[in-house]
Write a protein that binds this ligand. Structure first.
Ligand SMILES: [Zn+2]
Length: 302
């Protein structure tokens, strides 16, 4: 995922120049996955459609704010998510988990504070990292690069088990104990692994000459950076290949983990959208076949 691609930048430039066809292509490209995401959170189809429409309005009216730090998909998901959160807030709902909600524990529910609270608010004001200035932007960029290189390293070596663990630890910010349970390892093992990863990330980030980040709030920041860059999220085409079952064994299992066990909702929205598309393609294909084999029997006008 990461930053905006060249193709996306080109599309964005066309939209900025007022190109209507480009805007229509843009809406066409992203509407399905946004709608799938919204429908997971808002059971009423009409609500979901309204909020997706609002998201595109938000995008086009705030075009100046799109600085290309995330992919366009992630940027749109961010706008959509903020709108959903606001909707829940105004309905006085305490809790919205938007990265995934597979691992809510009953203890979390009772205490009213849980690992996902981070995701429930737009602003992580509690830490020194809340501030956005040039220095902290540099730090974010350095951490993003460090996390990305960690993720890419695991993917290259097909070390999906460790990749899954860092996703659970840093993308989802789950506790060591919960992670240990999911991946069937002991907790100590996970703690050691996590410690090593944190050290690695700090060292990698420090190479860019950014100042040493303080411990306080550091893991929140990693999650924020991970979420903005969606370091490990498979490409949409890979999710498509997963759906068609054409991925190699290890990749298939990993993408399945990301979608179903980790439950990344951005990727699940893509999966759902692709599923609908495939079903629509199949239905069109059947229609074409039926027409082809029957049209000759239609009575010709005399
Ligand atoms: Zn994902």
């Amino acid at each position: 995922m990461g930053q905006i691609s060249e193709a996306e930048q080109f599309l964005l430039d066309q939209i900025r120049a007022g190109d209507q066809a480009a805007w229509s292509r843009f809406v066409e490209r992203y509407r399905g996955r946004l709608l799938s995401f919204a429908q997971m959170k808002l059971p009423q189809r009409a609500d979901a459609e309204d909020i997706v429409q609002d998201t595109f309005v938000g995008f086009i009216t705030g075009l100046a704010n799109c600085r290309g730090e995330s992919s366009l998909e992630t940027y749109l998901f961010t706008i959509l998510r903020r709108k959903i959160i606001n909707m829940y807030r105004s309905a006085h709902t305490r809790y919205v988990c938007l990265v995934q909600d597979v691992y809510r524990t009953s203890a979390d529910e009772e205490s009213g504070s849980n690992v996902y609270e981070f995701f429930a608010s737009d602003e992580t004001t509690a830490s020194v990292y809340a501030r956005r200035d040039e220095q902290s932007d540099l730090l974010r960029a350095a951490l993003a690069a460090a996390l990305q290189s960690l993720v890419d390293g695991y993917k290259k070596k097909l070390n999906f088990r460790d990749l899954e663990i860092i996703e659970l630890l840093f993308y989802c910010q789950l506790a060591n104990q919960t992670v240990a349970g999911i991946v069937a390892r002991n907790e100590k093992n996970i703690a050691v692994f996590k410690h090593r990863c944190l050290k690695q990330v700090r060292e990698l980030a420090a190479r860019g000459g950014t100042p040493e980040p303080p411990d306080e709030g550091f893991e929140d920041l990693l999650t924020e950076v991970w979420e903005a860059g969606r370091m490990s999220c498979p490409k949409r085409s890979t999710i498509g290949a997963y759906l068609l079952e054409t991925l190699d064994g290890a990749w298939h299992d990993y993408v399945g983990f990301h979608l179903n066990t980790l439950g990344c909702q951005f990727c699940r929205a893509n999966l759902e959208d692709l599923r609908k598309q495939t079903a629509a393609d199949e239905s069109r294909h059947v229609q074409a076949r039926i027409m082809e084999s029957t049209v000759g029997f239609l009575h010709k006008p005399r």
